[in-house]
Design a binder for this molecule. Sequence first.
Ligand code: NDP
Length: 330
Amino acid sequence: MVNRVKCLIIGSGPAGYTAAIYAGRANLAPVLIEGPQLGGQLTTTTEVENFPGYPDGVEPFQMMDDMRRQAERFGTQFVSGVVTKVNFQTTSNTGKARKPHQVWVEDTDLYEADAVIIATGASAKYLGIESERTYKGRGVSACATCDGFFYRKKTVAVVGGGDTACEEANYLAGLCEKVYMIVRKPYLRASEIMQQRVLNNPKIEVLFEHNTLQLTGEGKVQGADLIYRKGEPDEATKHIAIDGFFLAIGHHPNTELFKDFIARDPEGYIITHDDSTQCYTPSLEGRAGERLPGVFAAGDCADPHYRQAIVAAGSGAKAAIEADKYIKSL
Ligand code: NDP
C-alpha cells in the first residue's frame, strides 16, 4: 500500500509528539509512526519532575498520553509499527528534493512524504559482558520502572553514576530490601539533588570504583562478581548476592536505519547545525555533507548533550516549523 503524505514523523517520544502538534496546527495533516516503544524512553522512568506545567510532577505515561491526545486533536494520524527501510531523495540541483522521500513500515506499507521528521530517540546501553545476555529477562533489566515490581523485598544492584542510575536506585529502594549502586568512578556524575537523595537513603550502598566482571546464578541472577580499582595496586574482587541487576549507563541513538542517507557523528547522533534541525548527507569521516532537503531530526537521536524531555519537545517544535516552511516552498 502506498500512502502519500505531506509530513511524516518517525517516533512517539516528546520530540515526535510535539512535532505532530505543531505540524497539525500548520495544516500538514501529519502521520506519526509510533515505533517499537510507544511514548519513547521517558516511559521507562518513574516520575517526571522537571517538565514545566506539572508543578507536582507527573507519571511519564500520563504525560505522553497528554501529548498524544493533543497531537490527535490537531489531526495527527498514528500508525503503530516500526520503520524498516527508508529512501531519502538526496539528489537535488535546486536545493529542494524533486521526488518525495520514501519510508517503509514493517516492510509492507510505503509512505511517500514531502518532509520527514526523525524523532527516533535513543536506547539503553548494556555493559557487553556475556552473562548479561545469559540472564536477560531473568534478573537483568534496563528499566527499573518496568521490572522493579518483581524485586519487592529483594536485593538488587544498579550500574551507573548518572541521573538515571540515581533515579532508578531511589525508585528501587522504595520496593527492595537493599540496593547496591556499582559506580566505576570515585564520584557520582548525577546532579547534586539526585546525589543527595542516593547518599541519604539508608537502603542504598554505593560501591565506588567498582566494575562488574560477571553475573552468577542458576537459571537466574543470584550474584555479581565485582572488581575494585581495576589495575591499581589495591585491586580486589568482591562478590555480592543480588536478585536483580539494572543497567543505567546511558543510551545510544536509534539512527542506524538512516546511516546511508544522513550524516551522523562517531557515536551515531544525527548531525544538525546549532540553530536548525536540518539533516545533511553523510560525507567522509562522519562529517556532514550537503543539506538533505525535507529531512529534519529532533530529540535525543540528534542530541548528545542535553537529552532532556523538554529539550526534545522544543526541537520537535523547531523541526515542524522548518518542515512547514520547506513544504510551503515546494
Ligand atoms: P549519563 O551518561 O549521564 O551517565 C552514565 C553513567 O553510567 C555514568 O556514571 C557513567 O560513568 C556510567 N557508565 C557508562 N558506561 C559504563 C560502563 N561501561 N561501565 C560502568 N559504568 C558506565 O547517562 P544518564 O542516563 O544517567 O543521563 C543522561 C542524561 O539524561 C543526562 O543529561 C542526565 O542529566 C539526564 N537525566 C535527567 C533526569 C532528571 O533530570 N530527572 C533523569 C535521568 C536522566 P562515568 O561517569 O565514569 O562516565
